[in-house]
Design a protein around this ligand. Sequence first.
Ligand code: MG
Length: 433
Amino acid sequence: MATDLAKIASERGIKYFLISYTDLFGSQRAKLVPAAAIAGMQKNGAGFAGFATWLDLSPADPDMFAKPDPESLVQLPWKPEVGWLASDIWMDGKPVAQAPRVVLKRVVDEAAKLGLAMKCGVECEFFLINQDGTAIADPADTAAKPCYDQAALLRRYDVITEICDAMLSLGWEAYQNDHEDANGQFEMNWSYDHAMITADRHVFFKFMVKSIAEKHGLRATFMPKPFLGLTGSGCHSHVSVWKGEQNAFEDDNGELGVSQLGYHFIGGIIEHADALCALLNPTVNSYKRINAPRTLSGATWAPNTVTYTGNNRTHMVRIPEPGRFELRLADGATNPYLLQAGILAAGLDGIAKQTNPGPRLDINMYTEGHLVHDAKRLPLNLLDALRAFESSSTLNTALGEGFVSAYAKLKHAEWNEYAAHLTQWERQNTLDC
Ligand SMILES: [Mg+2]
């Protein structure tokens, strides 16, 4: 029998449920539902006016319903009387094609038909900043090479350990926390899992980090490049594909311990990298992280070309050890569901077409990249990424045309709004033309 949320509420002392969904821009929307009403909501979903959030729906559309997935339940560690639930969006008795969690389910189901399941771990970097967002919160955090700065990490002990304790209590197998490569930047790691579990946790992690930071008088941001000159916030993704209990990327006889299937998957990522940027680097600001000039610390840690390598962090794809690869492309703004859906869709296409990823490049791309003349470059801005995304028949088929057109429409509107700004730079450089 399915999990009975009303029963769980009385057993665990949950007074309210947040029935939550993530829209196309990654914003989390919710209704706060008293436990007394959860049985009906579990069956029928919580009603929303779809047009009011970023889903490309119309005010004339009927009510949409967020149907909670009981398996996703998380009792808020900082407010245990509230239970958070990830939901799928339904309208007119059907799942809404452009709802991000529905999109990921669609691709996960496609993989399952082939007997495959993707597992993924994400490294969500974030900054702790002041309330008005103008500067990092710790004025003493000024080292030129701040990565792993012990003192700066310990000055944030209270907030970092509250988040880490929460992850431990939730059974996420949290295993390390550090100060990252930019002043004010941190990363916290928990164990990898199936794509949908990781996506739900990734969504919740962002909510939790922001909420707990706020409790401590701080503000957390996952903005890809909040401060020019400092390393941006990535969302490096560690990917493997499994057949049952067997890691299908692992092969003792394969190059670097990766199977032919693994290389085909990487081939799909390489082939569709420019289109994937629309999902993995979804904001105007994202393109100030990838393609960035060298930062204060000496490296951007972000790719600018579509290349892969062994255990070397200067490429888009790194194979750090047998059986998995790290995709270093995504940033903190990526929608957790679309991140997983995009990677899996591109990889499955690589498997289907047996795409050859080309030769591995064992060079330092930051210093020797200019010597490589035939490597594809990443899009330089959101508009180029959107155009590649829209024209990708592979992603249209795998993610659904309803999703691709809705997403591209809203993102084009965002780009157009940005492009309509007259900047100080333009005036300075064009007044005397
Ligand atoms: Mg990192």
